[in-house]
Design a protein around this ligand. Structure first.
Ligand SMILES: Nc1nc2c(c(=O)[nH]1)N[C@H]1C(S)=C(S)[C@@H](COP(=O)(O)O)O[C@H]1N2
Ligand SMILES: [Mo]
Length: 240
């Protein structure tokens, strides 16, 4: 299939699909090879849609909806908080208004999922992660950043050097509109040069740590340094 062609979405979280396949968590725990095999199965399911569910679920412009948990409770502009803590001089809890008041950067790159689908030229806009780190004052000895999500389960990590790249955003907009709930709004991480699993949705916490802590999928074997085309055994064209 043409990677750039809009696809009918695979809305189903891996957990649900694993359940449908009768594999459960044991299937996931079996590791990266099996995970990758399951990913191909997932793509097949999305295309054939034996469940009849895919048509009911979001599929904006080639994106596929992912959540490792069930439905995630939405956060409104007033409920939302983003904490920056850990090895920083000034731990903060930021509102959406705080984030909106900071300098916004707009980037346009392809999005590439490690399961193979790619969406061309997608605008993301928000605050450079580097600016948030500077505002919090990263302490001596911090070498990595850990990200947590208000779905209560997903997590991600970057080295401090990666986190300071100017193509890494705390995104408030995607496709030139506020990030929708299904895409991880009101705020998601956007790591332009890496596979899309690094771009944690429903971002709620940024913690400076002394070592890199594996993210959710990385515990099941996905690469931590997830450069598009240079990791996960894939040779996709770079995105940034
Ligand atoms: N909180 C959270 N963030 C997440 C995920 C997830 O399941 N939960 N899935 C990741 C993966 S594998 C991909 S491909 C993208 C999907 O983003 P989308 O749902 O906006 O297409 O989100 C990433 N961030
Ligand atoms: Mo993904």
């Amino acid at each position: 299939m043409d990677d750039n062609a809009p696809t009918r979405g695979t809305p189903v979280g891996r957990r649900l699909v694993l359940g449908m396949l009768g594999l459960g968590a044991a299937g996931v725990a079996a590791g990266p090879v099996l995970s990758r095999a399951l990913d191909s199965v997932l793509s097949g399911i999305a295309e054939k849609d034996p469940t009849g569910l895919t048509g009911l679920l979001p599929n904006a412009g080639g994106f596929r909806y992912y959540s490792v948990t069930g439905p995630v409770d939405a956060k409104s502009a007033t409920d939302y908080r983003l904490t920056v803590d850990g090895m920083v001089d000034h731990p903060v809890s930021l509102t959406l208004a705080d984030l909106r008041s900071m300098t916004q950067t707009r980037l346009v790159h392809d999005v590439q999922c490690v399961t193979g689908w790619r969406v061309p030229g997608t605008p993301f806009e928000g605050v450079r992660l580097a600016d948030l780190l500077d505002a919090a004052g990263v302490r001596e000895g911090a070498t990595a950043v850990h990200f947590t999500c208000f779905d209560g389960l997903y997590s991600e990590s970057l080295t401090l050097e990666q986190a300071r790249r100017d193509d890494v955003l705390v995104a408030l907009k995607m496709q030139d509109a506020p990030v929708t709930h299904d895409h991880g709004g009101p705020v998601r991480l956007y790591v332009a040069p890496m596979y899309f699993y690094k771009s944690a949705k429903w971002l709620s916490g940024i913690t400076l740590t002394s070592d890199v802590q594996r993210g959710y999928w990385e515990q099941y074997g996905y690469d931590i340094d997830a450069w598009v085309g240079k990791s996960n055994g894939r040779d996709d064209a770079p995105t940034s």
